[in-house]
Design a protein around this ligand. Structure first.
Ligand SMILES: [Zn+2]
Ligand SMILES: [Zn+2]
Length: 307
């Protein structure tokens, strides 16, 4: 089952010729999960070939304009395209007032139900059948959230020979067992799934920090992440400026990735001052080797591991 991440906007604060404002698209089983919604996000989606009608959720990290001003444009474009499906928007307190203000002042008719969820407390903020989204408060200049999308473990590998040995007839009962449910045979005997399945297979985990200073808790939050997407607004030499503005440096991002045991790190929210951002990558690499610098429209596929 595919899980891919498309970087729609990788700039910090102001857009550049090469970089749009923060927005990260996660595509999972036909669903779109957007993290942050920078201005012009809908044009970036068109360029990336991402549709406007699918099941969609938006998770806003904080109420700075570069992360949230894309919402009204997205709503309007979706309405002009006659979207009918509900759109869910999650974010810190303030996001509802912002959404309502745009609806009250910008003249267009919303064609779909909009559900806004304000997150007050860290923890699980969205529960789906196959995955959850967790949030924690990070350390920025205004209240700001980091998000983790975590897939639930999948049932283990199915061994047909074990099912045959237990006299389970091939057909719907096999399928139930494969999906992790116990079955009752015609003689009343119960067969539990663990008798015919291997150990549960881990799901995938994607963590996005949004804007934040280096924060110890992030390593735990991002523990064993398949992909950690981290603020790296300023290079290491500007660490004081980073601290002042509530941002991180590449080596701080690398440190968190290393402590978390993350498989892969991507640096994002790149300041417009870096025309050639190789320096940021070099600094992170000294701490954590499996790192990339986000570029607009970069796509990362995270395959399912059968281990
Ligand atoms: Zn920002
Ligand atoms: Zn910010």
């Amino acid at each position: 089952m595919s899980l891919s991440v498309v970087f729609l906007g990788t700039a910090g604060s102001i857009p550049t010729l090469q970089r749009g404002l923060p927005a990260i698209a996660v595509q999972r089983k036909g669903e779109l999960i957007l993290f942050d919604c920078g201005e012009g996000v809908q044009r970036q989606m068109i360029r990336a070939g991402i549709g406007f009608h699918r099941k969609t959720k938006v998770f806003v990290t904080h109420m700075h304009g570069d992360h949230v001003l894309g919402l009204p444009g997205l709503f309007q474009t979706m309405s002009l395209l006659d979207r009918e499906r509900k759109l869910e928007v999650y974010g810190p307190p303030g996001v509802r007032a912002f959404v309502e203000a745009t609806q009250q002042t910008v003249q267009f008719t919303l064609t779909f139900p909009l559900e806004v969820v304000e997150i007050e407390d860290a923890g699980v903020v969205c529960k789906e059948r196959e995955y959850e989204v967790h949030a924690i408060w990070v350390d920025h200049v205004i209240p700001s959230l980091a998000y983790a999308l975590t897939e639930k473990p999948r049932p283990g590998k199915f061994y047909p020979e074990k099912a045959i040995a237990l006299e389970v007839p091939e057909g719907p009962l096999w399928s139930k067992l494969q999906h992790g449910s116990a079955v009752v045979l015609s003689n009343g005997r119960v067969v539990k799934p663990e008798k015919v399945l291997g150990p549960p297979r881990p799901g995938r985990k994607i963590v996005y920090t949004g804007d934040t200073r280096y924060l110890k808790n992030l390593a735990e939050f991002a523990e064993n992440a398949d992909l950690l997407i981290h603020d790296a607004t300023f290079d290491d030499d500007l660490w004081e400026r980073a601290r002042e503005d509530g941002h991180s440096t590449p080596s701080q991002a690398g440190k968190t990735a290393k402590k978390a045991g993350a498989k892969r790190l991507v640096l994002t929210h790149i300041s417009a001052r870096y025309k050639e951002a190789g320096l940021l990558l070099e600094q992170a690499k000294k701490v954590f080797s499996h790192v990339d610098l986000a570029e607009d429209f970069m796509r990362i596929n995270l395959p399912l591991l059968d281990a």
